[in-house]
Design a protein around this ligand. Structure first.
Ligand SMILES: [Zn+2]
Length: 293
């Protein structure tokens, strides 16, 4: 069998749209199918099944995909395929999402948290090597980060790594649905600022805070910024640079930490989540093979 026939499928289950992308082995997209996201674990799995089948027809591959990888919001236990806390998708208590997907697809699917997948996709797109480290900060309805350390996703002890949106910025800030006060997410997420352009400055301030957190705690090489609220691109980056310069201007310590020089925009127009899900699946398979040896 020649390698050219091999297809890897990544599916990104977003809050509004589910996108399935077929990739070749070099992770070049071969085709894409999308449809509105359905709510509830069973319907989500059915939708994924429909899109993967549609991709099989449009990409004209007679082979079953070598990899099927799915990323979605929530607390994802990669080992067991359990997903919880994806409230926007109608999933609250833990569900056996991996098993549901396997029964619909007729094959096992790797599951990953969507921000972790986007972090891996960004790591790949930025051309970073295995010795490099990246924090990817997603600024959308909420604020969350994914970490790729030494080329591997850091999921944490419970799969909950990267909830930096719930680290309070201010003791007197607005209350957050999580129960705390002054969370970055309560100040500068899409949910917090809505469509009010006057409050977009709050988003930049919250992201500057998360950049400082990532740089000072993990000392990552780069902090990439992505998500719906950053799609304006360079103007967002410019505003962020001004905020970081303000922070550095009062602190020789922050200046030497080089906050400003670590920031990048996540690549636009690329299916980062779908690509990252495939990368995560491959790393997982490689890890299993290594342990089996
Ligand atoms: Zn919070």
């Amino acid at each position: 069998m020649i390698d050219d026939d091999v297809v890897h499928v990544g599916v990104d289950v977003g809050g509004t749209t589910t996108r399935a992308v077929a990739f070749d082995t070099a992770l070049v997209p071969l085709g894409i199918e999308s449809a509105p996201t359905l709510h509830g674990a069973d319907l989500i799995a059915e939708r994924v099944g429909e899109l993967v089948a549609a991709l099989g027809r449009s990409v004209a591959s007679s082979r079953h995909p070598a990899t099927i990888a799915v990323c979605m919001p929530g607390r994802v236990d990669v080992a067991t395929g359990t997903v919880a806390d994806a409230v926007n998708l109608g999933i609250d208590a833990p569900v056996e999402m991996g098993a549901l997907l396997a029964s619909v697809l007729g094959a096992p699917a790797h599951l990953e948290n969507d921000v972790n997948a986007a972090a891996l996709g960004t790591f790949h797109e930025l051309g970073l090597g295995v010795r490099s480290s990246l924090a990817y900060v997603n600024v959308g309805t909420g604020i969350a980060a994914g970490f790729v350390l030494g080329g591997r996703v850091w999921r944490g002890a419970t799969g909950g790594a990267g909830e930096i949106g719930h680290i309070p910025m201010r003791a007197d800030g607005p209350s957050c649905p999580c129960g705390q006060v002054g969370c970055a997410e309560a100040i500068g997420s899409g949910r917090a600022v809505g469509h009010d352009p006057q409050r977009r400055e709050h988003v930049v301030a919250a992201v500057a805070w998360t950049v400082q957190l990532c740089a000072l705690t993990l000392d990552v090489d780069l902090v990439a910024i992505g998500g719906g609220l950053t799609e304006v691109g360079q103007p967002f980056l410019d505003a962020l640079d001004v905020q970081l310069a303000d922070r550095e201007s009062v602190s020789p310590f922050l200046r030497s930490a080089g906050l400003r020089s670590r920031v990048r925009l996540a690549p636009a127009g690329v299916p980062l989540g779908a690509a990252g899900a495939v990368l995560a699946a491959r790393a997982d398979i490689a890890g299993v093979a290594q342990r089996a040896r």
